[in-house]
Design a protein around this ligand. Structure first.
Ligand code: PMP
Length: 448
């Protein structure tokens, strides 16, 4: 790629192709090259690109008003989206606070939890326990409950250390995820940690119901989520579900927590909630938490762009399209079909050590040796290199270092929820070609 100078910077110096158009599951750059969006961006564009009904709803709202400050006006769009969101979340989770993204939603949940503790005479509660590895966002508060070394390490001195418990990675620990004893084993680590910290000081436990970028679609073992709910109830700790990546249908249910029948105290949503059409997120809290805070003078928190009418109109239209097109069911069906295709690839490529996930939140993990679970050597930078090869073949996938970002590599394969079976074949074929090329490249370095 020829280097063009740029005023813009994100992670590094490398330049990317320039995006021209995107429709459905496909994207084109300005050279006319086509890509399949096999990761829905960063697991965002769940209803596909260029949905006409969403665009029409946005146009309609734009003609009327694009901005109304939330402390000056309510809008029909924000009210409608809040009502629909309350309908789609468990009973009692009826109070919706809008933000512009996942990290903002996480910050909002931490702060509401804290204000609820203050309003109910529990001022000593402030510790937020989360899992390791995990990803909850890049702002300093959300980062403090994140456990992913490459992103957290530079900022350690600027953050308050928060307690962590191990994520339930049964596949690495050689435990059977279908055995309820495994779920209890990991969930009870939360109880041990709460006791160690002093239960009266623990405010909340944050959990991604199916892991995202940090663990690569980690599904909790049987009984885990239910036991976590029990433990939180027992110690008066709020259970906050980070459904930023899993929410809005991606795992084959509107909320991933529905797989276990869990009703949390707070849910945070973003990504698929507005499917990439606008920056939008939401914190959905139980009325029981919100009322005491409002009684005590209100929630001391809010972002200027919160409840933006254009964002809310887009979000409401996205939820309507998810329902009209039956996309939650399609995510479940196509997810099963894609998972079995990934398992077939695992049979053929020994460097795939694990395939996991739910619905269309799926991943495979590279390993040098399946039995010992040894990762590929770090110098191969498989997470980078494999993505580049797939990209060259016209397939976008999302890869990260796994195991807390320390070693190991996983690849998330998460196409938009509109994907068809024929398109899954296209994706599988491109993955196959990319894997073959990657295997050829690294074969000389692998143990015999
Ligand atoms: N929580 C989870 C589970 C996420 O996956 C992400 C984004 N990858 C975030 C929070 C942060 O969202 P954002 O990047 O929109 O701030």
């Amino acid at each position: 790629m020829t280097e063009r100078p740029s005023y813009l910077f994100y992670q590094g110096r490398g330049r990317k192709p320039v995006l021209d158009q995107a429709r459905g599951i496909y994207m084109w750059d300005t050279d006319g090259k086509r890509y399949i969006d096999g990761s829905s961006g960063a697991m965002v564009c769940n209803i596909g690109h260029g949905n006409e009904n969403v665009l029409a709803a946005m146009r309609d709202q734009m003609e009327r008003a694009t901005f109304g400050y939330r402390l000056h006006f309510e809008t029909e769009a924000s009210e409608r989206l809040a009502a629909r969101t309350a309908d789609l979340t468990p009973e009692g989770l009826d109070r919706v606070f809008f933000v512009s993204g996942g990290s903002e939603a996480v910050e909002s949940a931490m702060k509401l939890a804290r204000q609820h503790a203050l309003a109910t005479g529990q001022a000593q509660r402030w510790k937020v326990i989360s899992r390791s590895p995990s990803y909850h966002g890049c702002t300093l508060g959300a980062l403090a409950i994140t456990s992913y070394a490459p992103l957290t390490a530079p900022f350690d001195p600027m953050m308050r250390a928060m307690p962590k418990v191990p994520a339930p990675r049964a596949y690495l620990d050689g435990l059977d995820p279908e055995d309820e004893a495994t779920g209890l084993h990991y969930a009870n680590m939360l109880e041990d940690r709460i006791i160690e910290e002093g239960p009266e000081t623990v405010l909340a436990f944050f959990v991604e119901p199916v892991g995202g970028a940090s663990t690569g679609a980690l599904v909790p073992p049987r009984g885990y989520m239910e036991r976590v709910r029990e433990i939180c109830d027992h110690y008066g700790v709020l259970m906050i579900l980070d459904e930023v990546m899993t929410g809005a249908g991606r795992t084959g249910r509107f909320l991933a927590s529905e797989h276990w029948g869990i009703s949390p105290d707070i849910i945070v949503l973003s990504k698929g909630y507005a499917a990439g059409y606008v920056p939008l997120g939401a914190m959905v809290a139980h009325t029981r938490l919100v009322e005491p805070v409002l009684d005590e003078g209100g929630f001391q928190h809010g972002f200027t762009y919160a409840g933006n009418p254009l964002a809310c109109a887009a979000g409401a239209a996205v939820l309507e399209e998810i329902e009209r097109l039956g996309l939650v069911q399609n995510a479940a069906t196509m997810g099963d079909a894609l998972k079995s295709r990934l398992e077939t690839l695992m049979d053929r490529y020994p460097i795939i050590g694990d395939v996991r996930g739910k619905g269309l939140l799926l991943a495979f993990e590279f390993m040098a040796d399946r039995r010992s679970k040894a990762p590929l050597p770090a110098h191969l930078r498989a997470f980078d290199r494999f993505v580049q090869i797939a990209y060259d073949h016209g397939l976008i996938v999302y890869s990260r270092r796994t195991r807390g970002g320390v070693d190991g590599d996983h690849v998330l394969v998460c196409p938009p929820m509109i994907v068809s079976e024929a398109q899954l074949d296209e994706i599988t074929d491109l993955l196959d070609r990319a894997l073959a090329q990657f295997m050829d490249e690294i074969r000389p370095t692998l143990p015999r």
